[in-house]
Structure formats: C-alpha cells, structure tokens
Design a protein around this ligand. Structure first.
Ligand code: ATP
Length: 366
C-alpha cells in the first residue's frame, strides 16, 4: 500500500483555461479509505483517472510514497481498479476470474499456486461467493458479476491502491448496503489504500474514513463524515451532506446577533463586521419547533415565527418544511411532537455556522 501525494495536479481536456480539475495538492495516507464525492461533472473520474494513469494531467506531479509516478503508464503503477460495470472473462469460472490477476504476475512477483489458491479462497469467503465458485461467469447476474470484479481488486495484497469508480451502480439496492458494509470490513482487515468515487453521500459516508467533497473541479472540503456534518466549510457541503441538507439563510451580522428578515437570532459569539454575502447555516436536526397552540406546551414568543407548508413522515421522525418570509427551512420534528398552531423555530446556538461568500467563518484563529 502507498501514501498518495498530489502536488499541484490540474487537468484541462482542451489544453486551455477550462480546467476539469483545478490545481490540487493533497496527501492521502497509506491505508486510508477515501471517497471522492460530488455532483455529476465535478471532476471525480478525472481525478481517479489521473491517479490510475489512464489520464496524463496537464499539470503537476503524483507520488506513490516517495516515487514520482507521473510519467508511468497504468500497468506500472501497480493498482487495482473496479469500474462501474463488471469486466470479467465470461468463459472462466468465478474462481479462475479471481485468480487471473494473481496468475498474471511475472518474475520475482510470481506467486506459488498454493498462495493463489489461498487468496482466491479468502476472496470467495469474504464476498460470500462459495456456491458460485465453479460456475462460469457467463450467465451470472449483474450483482454477482460486480461482486467478482470487487473480488479481483481485493485478492491483490501487493497493490499501491484499489480504485473504485461508482462500483455499486449496477447493484440491487438491498445488496448495495451489504456490499458497502463488506468493503468497510475488508478495509479494516487488510488496510488497503482505497479511493472510491461516488455521487451518493450514503455510499461515501458509510465507506470512507475521509470524504473528499468536490465541486466544479475543486476539493471544497476533505474531512471525516462527522466533520462534514458538524462544520461544513462551504455552503455547498452543508447542503449536499445531510438528509435533508443544511438550511442556509441570508442574514446580516450585528455583534452577537444574526438578523434574518428583521428577526434577531442570538449567536454564541460576537462576529466582526464582514463584507460580502453573509449566510447563517443550521442543520434541520438543530432547529426546534416551538410556538403556541396545538397542545405544545411551549412558551409563546420564543424563536422566529414561521408558516409550516408541508410535513413528511420518514419513519424515525418527520421533516417539516417551513416558510420564514421569503426563505424555506427544513426542521426535524420528533415522531410524537405535535405541530403548533402558531409555529416558531428556535436554533441551537452552539450549532449555528456563519458563512462569508459561501466559506465558513472559522473560530480557530481566535
Ligand atoms: P460523473 O459523476 O458524471 O461521472 P465526474 O464528477 O466524474 O462526473 P468528470 O467525468 O471527471 O466528472 O468530468 C469533469 C468535467 O470534465 C466535466 O465537465 C466533463 O464534461 C469534462 N470531461 C470529462 N471527460 C472528458 C473528455 N474526455 N473530454 C472532454 N471533457 C471531458
């Protein structure tokens, strides 16, 4: 396994100023599980292809540990890749497909037949493929074929990294959950450096130790799932992560208060005067529904007055959509809490994030 270092990597497909990937410098740890997450077209596959060597970046260098691999072709980078659609040999059995990347090794890397057999058996057990081991790949379901593709990446213990490009797209939704969990266990057990491209936040958050959130060719935040939830560094991350995402409301700052449509919201600290577009971010989990009427028992006058325009029951709780003047706001409402007749919302002060021109105003330099 290897540490992967990106040194000012950038890529433009037309060679001009239109960058699919803007200059990136990052160090990804040996044995880390990373997910590249972002909307369609943000540059995830471009970055993955730069790492695998399928694409030569227009700028920058790439290192595996201390070795500059920027000019090396894919086959000399010693990586395993799992693509969106399974790539298998139909006439081979499942076990033969799994053994193929191991049998292909030459010279000093050549493996003894018994070692190959042992690793193939291990992959078969890990992925629950026992009953299919001696079946030809032809005729297997898309789910099973993709499991074998995953297995072909996982049998190799000598690789610098395993790269996954949306590998669960063809997988049945129920099995997706199972495979995600298996991948996570395999990562814990073997400690491969893994990079996983997806536009699905659930996949990214369950699989990765570190999620790399991308937008328009840039990494807007790299952090643990908890960090992305607690302190999104960009309003895009706040909205993109979470179900529903963070509420982002334009406001003005006056000392230790944010003024939203003329209503004051108390903040946990005093902010200096900030230029540009100022917004308040609060996750729906940290907005409390208060107000009078409807047997709520809440104090009147607390919080900001809102109008509830919809309530969706999602099982564990309900999501209320409220209108606050010209803005909409999502609120997580506990299952049995009544909706007040004159609803108001109260924000958990300690969970409010303030954004200046979409960037989190940090407290760290205080
Ligand atoms: P998706 O989730 O849809 O696969 P992505 O985040 O992986 O998207 P990329 O495929 O890396 O994004 O694309 C980034 C940008 O580069 C997009 O604007 C895309 O149109 C452009 N692009 C990708 N491949 C090429 C190519 N071969 N030639 C020209 N432009 C390309």
């Amino acid at each position: 396994m290897a540490k992967i270092t990106l040194n000012n990597i950038a890529h433009s497909y037309d060679g001009g100023a239109n960058y699919a990937l803007k200059p990136l410098s990052h160090a990804w740890h040996d044995g880390g599980a990373y997910a590249l997450l972002g909307p369609s077209g943000c540059g995830k596959t471009t970055l993955l292809n730069v790492i695998s060597g399928l694409l030569q970046p227009s700028e920058g260098q790439l290192f595996f540990d201390d070795v500059d691999v920027s000019a090396l072709p894919t086959e000399r980078r010693n990586i395993a890749q799992v693509f969106q659609f399974p790539v298998l040999y139909d006439t081979m059995t499942v076990a033969e497909n799994l053994a193929f990347p191991l049998r292909n090794r030459r010279g000093t890397d050549k493996l003894a037949a018994a070692d190959i057999q042992q690793r193939v058996q291990q992959a078969i057990t890990l992925l629950g493929l026992e009953v299919l081991a001696n079946r030809k790949a032809r005729g297997l379901s898309a789910d099973d074929k993709q499991k074998i593709s995953l297995g072909r990446g996982l049998v190799r213990t000598d690789v610098n990294a395993i790269l996954f490009d949306e590998p669960l797209t063809v997988i049945d939704p129920h099995l997706k959950w199972q495979l995600r969990t298996q991948l996570k266990q395999i990562h814990r057990q073997f400690g491969h450096t893994m990079i996983y491209v997806t536009h699905d936040q659930t996949e990214a958050l369950t699989f990765a130790d570190k999620v790399v959130v991308m937008l328009a060719g840039e990494v807007v935040q790299m952090g643990t799932p908890q960090e992305l939830f607690d302190a999104p560094r960009h309003t895009f991350v706040g909205r993109f992560i979470g179900s529903p995402g963070m509420n982002i409301l334009p406001c003005e700052l006056q000392g230790a208060e944010a003024i939203i449509d003329g209503y004051a919201v108390a903040l946990a600290r005093e902010y200096p005067a900030l230029a540009g577009v100022i917004e308040l971010g609060i996750r729906p989990e940290f907005v409390r529904l208060a107000g009078t009427g409807g047997d709520t028992g809440a104090q009147s006058g607390e919080g900001l007055p809102v109008q509830i325009v919809g309530v969706e029951d999602v099982g564990r709780h309900r999501i209320a959509r409220a209108r606050l003047h010209s803005h909409t706001l999502d609120i997580i409402v506990p299952e049995h809490q009544p909706i007040p007749a004159q609803p108001r919302v109260v924000f958990d002060q300690s969970r409010i994030c303030i954004y200046q021109n979409s960037q989190l105003v940090s407290w760290e330099d205080d």
